[in-house]
Design a protein around this ligand. Structure first.
Ligand code: PXP
Length: 252
């Protein structure tokens, strides 16, 4: 469990990526989710993509049955996914943009241009008791639109910040971090709960964890990669430790 109010959601998609490389049942993402839970994850995140390239429908069934912590179900805004979400009624539904050809979720959702459709899309999910989160870039226009359509949560896309860091492009990294900081504060002022995620690592997590408005970080690829070297439990525990340190430091 968290020492601070900042929650860690562990995304287990890439355990399924490794499993699917051989088409069998091993390694099992549900086993990984339970381990992550024991290691200090406050929630589990899984993205059921249209092409089922990693997580499958059966994985979602299994997670709903096995988890003691909340499931954050990531999905595109399609009728098929809405039906699946309404059948399971997970704790949270995170709406993400999805393109078949992309390797990962490349940008935030375009909410402003699709406001009407998205407002209608999320209404039944909210009525079913799911907390609806919208994955967006640090962009005021998108945050205002997410607020108007009735989302309770936004998740800020940290991918650009992490990419700039990895490429050693420090000025661009710091500018992106500043935009994330300002938009976390702006979203919070509108009454939105603020989450963040994508591409976070031990090197990049702390500045984001220190934003007082951020309530949850969702982290996957790096943790599953790190699990190869040190095991999933220590990998999650170390992330938890760094997040708590950053948060405690920022509070002082
Ligand atoms: N948050 C959202 C909305 C995502 O789509 C993803 C990737 O599936 C993540 C967080 C986790 O990103 P990463 O696997 O790069 O840590």
């Amino acid at each position: 469990m968290s020492k601070t109010s900042l929650r860690l959601g562990v995304n287990i998609d890439h355990v399924a990526t490794v499993r699917n490389a051989r088409g069998g049942a091993y390694p099992n993402p549900i086993r990984a989710a339970k381990l992550a839970e024991e290691a200090g994850a406050d929630g589990i995140t899984a993205h059921l993509r249209e092409d089922r390239r990693h997580i499958t429908d059966a994985d979602i069934d299994g997670l709903m049955e096995a988890l003691s912590v909340p499931l954050n179900f990531e999905m595109a805004a399609t009728d098929e996914m809405q039906k699946i979400a309404l059948r399971h009624k997970p704790h949270a539904v995170c709406i993400v943009p999805e393109k078949r050809e992309e390797r990962t979720t490349e940008g935030g959702l375009e909410v402003a241009r699709e406001e009407n459709r998205l407002a209608h899309f999320i209404a039944p999910l909210r009525d079913a008791g799911c907390r609806v989160s919208i994955f967006i870039a640090a962009d005021r226009k998108q945050i205002e639109a997410a607020h108007r359509i009735g989302a309770e949560v936004i998740e800020l896309h940290t991918g650009a910040y992490c990419d700039h860091h990895a490429e050693g492009n420090l000025a661009a990294r710091d500018a992106e971090l500043e935009a994330l900081r300002e938009m976390a504060s702006f979203a919070h002022s509108l009454g939105l709960e603020v989450h963040a995620g994508h591409g976070l690592t031990y090197e990049t997590v702390q500045p984001v964890a220190a934003f007082p408005e951020v309530m949850e970080l969702n982290i996957g690829h790096f943790l599953i990669g790190e699990a190869i070297f040190r095991g999933l439990t220590p990998a999650v525990q170390e992330m938890r430790r760094l997040m708590d340190l950053a948060r405690e430091g920022a509070a002082q």
